[in-house]
Design a protein around this ligand. Sequence first.
Ligand code: GLY
Ligand code: MN
Ligand code: MN
Length: 434
Amino acid sequence: MRHEPIGKELFISNRRRLIKKLKPGSLVVFNSNDIMPSNADGTLGYIQNSDLYYVSGIHQEESMVVICPDFPDKKYREVLFLREPNELMEKWEGHKLTKKEATAISGIETVVWVSGFEKLFHHMVTMGGVDNVYLNTNEHYRSEVVVQSRDARFIDWCQRTYPLHRYRRIAPIMSELRRVKQPREIELMQRACDITECGFRRVLNYVRPGVMEYEIEAEFIHEFKRLGSKGFAYTPIIASGSNNVILHYVENSQQCHAGDLLLLDVAAEYANYNSDLTRTIPVSGKFTRRQKEVYNAVLRIHRQAMKLLRPNVVYFDYQKEIEKLMEAELLKLKLIDKTDIKKQSPENPAFRKYFYHGTSHMLGLDVHDVGNMHDQVQVGSVWTIEPGIYIKEEKFGIRLENNVVIGKNKNHDLMSNIPIEAEEIEEIMNQKRS
Ligand code: GLY
Ligand code: MN
Ligand code: MN
């Protein structure tokens, strides 16, 4: 692995907190993700299942974790199943985890080769006083799953093999646990943000009229990987000129021109934890008056949002507050007028033409992290703050995005070191280039 050791204590404590939420006589199964195919014999880069990682820290395919807290023999209360390494596999794919290494990462003492899963699982599920079998599915509010995951295949197999057990969903419990971050998780997210900062500063030093969006992408990835990240936390959005207004512009194929703005929604992962940054900068190192006027409107909302997203607030009420602020800023910018306000309806508010996404989402092992958005905001949860104004007719859009930990007395901005003031960005861009 590229990152520093996380320490098994985090995963031991994650399992301990999970076990407290289970009913008596329970067993839980976590599956790793599949290696996804591309074409021919190609595969995509491996992405671990976030829940399995959360309870084990194991980043290896074909792994399983079974937790059975009431099993009579202590040895089988937590079991990690792994692919058995062999000489041929290691010749082609390199090193795979040994049992000892897996125990050091996860704190799980009993590690068994996955080829022995069915036999040991039968023992656990029949001899462990198990009434409730918790299985996992992707219940993310925005997921549109179209492939059958290992979890889904396992559910089929398990329910066919043990039809009379009582099956329960682990996803709501994982979502509740994962939304509040442990101090070690915050450290890892801070590291992801710091790596992102280095990438952004490198790009501030690099951007000038004539560069291609994909050249900027290359600068970011160079810096991220150099610093121990596996790479981008999500597909980078490097959008110059009128591409600014397309929320998920990922082609990154155009040339950057003098006078245009460049919207950079680019961030690094670290140890499977994500950061999520957006900055909007002037290609030629200086904002026009109009660009700066809109920039500062977005920045004012950003700063207000930092204060409004507080413990016990419900996200959707906060979003309404932001929309009111946005309406006022858009009036000041003369993008909408009193007639637009009179004509608007709840389904078709006037601001929607220029601000057409949510202001925040939770962040963690997933970029749009788990956690019920209808619940009150929790101390220790990590959120993005990302208002934006997109003016198609003026061919530019501006979004500013930071990541904050919700604190009891005040929020902690994990990106407070990343330049955000228009003047600071201009100053850095106009320093003598290296
Ligand atoms: N980069 C994805 C997002 O901002 O939600
Ligand atoms: Mn975001
Ligand atoms: Mn983003």
